[in-house]
Design a protein. Sequence first.
Lengths: 321, 344, 365
Amino acid sequence: MLMALLGRLGQTLLVLLGISVLVFAVFFATPGADPTARIAGRNASPETMAAVRHEYGFDRPLPVQYLRMMDKLFVTRDLSSFVDHGQKVVPEVLRAAPVTLSLVGGAAAIWVAASVTIGTIAAAMRGSWIDRGLMMLGLVGISMPVFWLGEVANLVTQSRYHHSWLFSWVPGLGYVSLWRDPSGWFAHLVIPWIVLAVLFIGIYGRVLRADLVASFDEDFMRTARAKGLSDSRVLLHHGLRTSMITFVSLFGLDFAQLVGGGALLTEVVFGLPGVGRLTYQALNNLDLPLIMATVMYSAVFVVLANAVVDLVYLLLDPRTR
Amino acid sequence: MTATPGFPLLEVEALTISLPARGGGWTDLVRDVSFSLAPREILGLVGESGSGKSLTALALMGLVDAPGARITGSARYRGRELLGLKKREMQLLRGAEIAMIFQDPMTAFTPVYTVGAQIDEQIRAHRALSRAGARARTVEMLGEMGVPDPARAADRYPHQLSGGLRQRAMIAMALSCNPSLLIADEPTTALDVTVQAQILGLLRRLRRDYASAVLLITHDMGVVAETCDRTMVLYSGSIAESGPTDALFLQPGHPYTAGLLDSIPPLHGPRPRRLPAIPGAPPSPAQRPQGCSFRPRCAFNHAACLDPPPMLRRGRQDIACVLPAEGRDLPPRPMASFDAPVPA
Amino acid sequence: MKGHGRDDATPAAQAPGGPGPAVSTGPAQMDALLPVPTPLLEARHLVREYRVGGAFTRRRQVLRAVDNVSLQVFAGETLGIVGESGCGKSTLGRCLLRLDDPTGGEVLFENRDITRLGERALRPLRRRMQMVFQDSYSSLNPRRRVGDLIAEPLRVHPAPEGSSRTAAAIRARVEELAELVGLSAAALSRYPHQFSGGQRQRINIARALALSPALVVADEPVSALDVSVQAQVVNLFADLQERLGLTYVFIAHDLSVVRQIANRVAVMYLGAVVEMGDADAVLHSPAHPYSAALVSAVPEPVVGLPDRRTVLTGDVPSPVSPPSGCRFHTRCPAMRPVCRSEAPKLRPLGGEFRSVACHFPLTAA
């Protein structure tokens, strides 16, 4: 087991190395993409260019540049932005990360709870109008773009009905740290959570229902019924538990890509200073160190989440052990 | 091998299972099946795929869930009607009074729980026992079914056991609440012959050790011959013939039974140059021929076969064929292959 | 042909229902020119190993699916290979046709070592040896018509020298094949799913015969079929052998089916052949305790048989770590101390084609 974990860790590191080399190559080693010109600004004198080049080490061979970059990113953590001179990149990402984690974590809790409920109810009542209604709702949820839904939510809760008794508690856009003000944190995030979760509730609810309905044809479900178990026990203890295997692997990937910056639109719409928004800004200004940092951050999350999914998989499915 | 006389444990009468047909009407998958099962009796239900044998068993368990399926007739267990029984009452019966085991013990266990946990679950569904109490019973049952080191085996997942052990565990689970009737649906089809022999031995022992009756569903005439007291042959959803196993195997009354027996290559005795095969294939339930559904494949097909065959009694056998009434009995089969040397 | 020519000199002459010992049909005639019958197919010390072990468990182990198997198949005969699941009989079948690459040993087809031939060099030989599988459905492309499926090998393989394959010639050949396996001409324009299992197996057989092979390896070709249909297909195999002089390697777990069709059988246990010989001799007076147990375990559709069963205890051990000495000693009812330490070699027993791998065979001669 320890060997397995170590092996997994080694794989993770290898993947991270690959991603960092790739990103570095795309932004720094692509012909025509001279970072010096970007940092020094337009029409900079050759002297300034040379000074910048030396300062950032662009006159050194590429592998050295790469190593310096990684050193600044992971060891000394003093890589600074090209655009915002002096602004340290790593702390910026670390400041944004809790915001994104709060947003995605809350949304994930909602979407898991809601989709499991919906999927299970629909599967249990398969063929009924409740099943059809829930699946229709799911489809509606999937087809509503998150930025549109977010804007509508803002319109309703921030302006149109803000003064009604229903939404007067909704604070303005932005983020409050959980440690500083837990209730404020919740109030700020609850609407973004729901908005972000809607799409996934639709997808996961439908996937789970399909999986559960398919499982009714499985031999082991028939055995469970032949044992004289109640319908709910057969459905939950045998059907749902087995369907969770697919559910979890899907969840791991979605969760990871959202934490890695995929919740960009939600963050922008609700003014949340998260990693997605940071990446968006960095790409807008072609701020290479910041791009490097956010991409590496997101890669770390995706790879970590994958490792976690694999471990959960081991727990959920004894056949993979 | 005679049935224990007495009040029937299970009495099935005119059981018919139909599905709505395309373009209106009904397609009968099982047609007018009647039989009874005495306590401690082993009844074999034989037929080829699509004959309706598994569906009959599922109907007794209340497990037919094809959408729109219509089940008519009656099935009385200890005098109590099973068809249309309330869900909750059926659940109390299932697993406790009537248990069922299935063909493939690999897929019949939920893959994510240990075998022991699944047996515990059944025991606790029907008996007021603590976890530890249920586990003790589980281990006891596994041991009795010949699982070596039963306490450890209980903690293993289905995929970690061999096919034979899995089927033993499945039987242990089915018997854990001491049912009076065990329905075994092709219990040895997925197993190798040497393991099959072990499992069949186990099934034969049940009547003595657990006073259980067994409804054994199989396609294998060999399995029936050496396991069952009585045999019922299904063809295309209806009973072709039923009777005591020895009588039925010695002188089959229905040409289908005879054909089925003839088409099995003999392991001993003279080797036929060609096997006497039954031509063609069974009809689909939606396209059964008029009259006797075996008619197009039957060597004795004649005008009388255009009418639905009557169920006639000859000696101890019930035969759904006009031949006995016409005085044209099929020839008896050899008693046993006497030239088979007994291995040292 | 009563008694199946048990005392004939060579199994090559034992084509079931063949006109007589010295005459055989089809490809067997080529061998008749040679003074000593040479096997059509021969395996010498064949080994096939697989590496096993999951992605997470680092322990890599070697599974020896086929362990040092030597056998000969003579033109015109049927060699049955029997054994329980996991005994390596299917792997052996695939190795014999080079559909799987042996790890060690040699395969000779028509006296030619084909063990290390590349795919290109194998191609002309592929037409001479074909395979029929158990699952009649998954081996047929559901979106193609039966006629096209049967014609496929004819289109893929170049025509033999001196002849050409026009569309008309292919159509004629396909119709001929359909008639040969008992399919109607109308069947050719339909799709596989419109047929029953037995009919689909006929389609598979027609396709395997399209290039007039000398050797057909059939892996459990009737075990998915219902008994009444199974008999039809078994008869078809026998008829085709008689008409075309085919040589079969017939792999099956059902001993009665194998006895019906095979002249000789090889019994496999945990990757190795434990007994080989004339079909009736092996099945009626088995020399290896495993063969004996296997035969006695078969439930026969006859009532009134004396209970003479030797029920084996336990399960087949894992082929990853086979038992020491004789691989059957853990379940053998006649085990003695030497069986635990010394592996018995497959050695001749009595007749020329009878051999057994047991220290204490049940029959002496």
